[in-house]
Design a protein around this ligand. Sequence first.
Ligand code: PEP
Ligand code: MG
Length: 325
Amino acid sequence: HREQLQKLAEVPSVTTDGVSLTLAANISSLKELEAALANGAQGVGLFRTEFLYMDRSHFPTEDEQFEVYRMAAQKLKGQPLTIRTLDIGGDKQLDYYQMPEEENPFLGFRAIRFSLERKDLFKTQLRAILRASCYGDVKIMYPLITSVEEVREANEVLAEAKQELLAEGVPCRTDVKAGIMVEVPAAVAIAELLADEVAFFSIGTNDLIQFTLAVDRMNEQISHLYEPFHPAIIRMIRTVANAAQAQGIPVSICGEIAGDVNALPIWLGLGIEVLSLSAQAILPVKQRVLSSRAADSRKLLEELFRCRTAKETRTLAHQFHAEAA
Ligand code: PEP
Ligand code: MG
């Protein structure tokens, strides 16, 4: 079975009615990139850079980061590399940096909030990413965006980093695209406004589910309430997809739910063109893509939006493929 699946690594990811769905990878190291490429990943949709910061005793220097980003870009041979800026805080701490004690770390000083407070560290990372952009199709992604102001402030630091490099005569591309993670309900609510300010959206369902349903994603006692098929969640994803499509910017899904084959009709039905998955999820999802019809998914999606409970929604999505097969 594994061998059969492995043969699909080279096969294009297209439905029976000719709709392409790009299957990119979520990675947090060069080692994970190797595994993803072996499974036929079409680029990296989410490079979680925090692991570069966690695996050492000091903040990684610009050169240390540049080396890693450059190698990743080169290994991808022109396929996209979406580098997410530091998403520290929450459950991810650094041994060498004392974060404030917080009652609610997931709602605290983390991700883009940390970067905008520590612009020195943020700029170091952006400079490293910009330098690596000469070696491939590199994109920048900001995590935990909740407002247009945050995007503008982050882009100002990006513009400064670019100016500095140009002034220093350091090679970098000047057309590197910057997009955002949509993973906070506020960002969903203002998706139409954000779409006008950024180059792309990537929906981070792990956090979006946590914040929308008010269910701590780490808390086992309430894990049964962590429900990707909740009618609220599929509606939020639809809102974001519609806003992106109206503005003509790409939208992808990069949370764990992207790897659930039963959710595939949702993406195909909404016209989402890119999924970003863990390396192990790529081939099983591709297998399902190859036997799917986008037209059937669109029909199913209409029915999914008529469901009133998570259970109904999930059951209908699960039945769908069993029947189609
Ligand atoms: C997410 O929140 O869905 C996501 C992809 O990012 P992370 O799991 O790193 O928070
Ligand atoms: Mg997240």
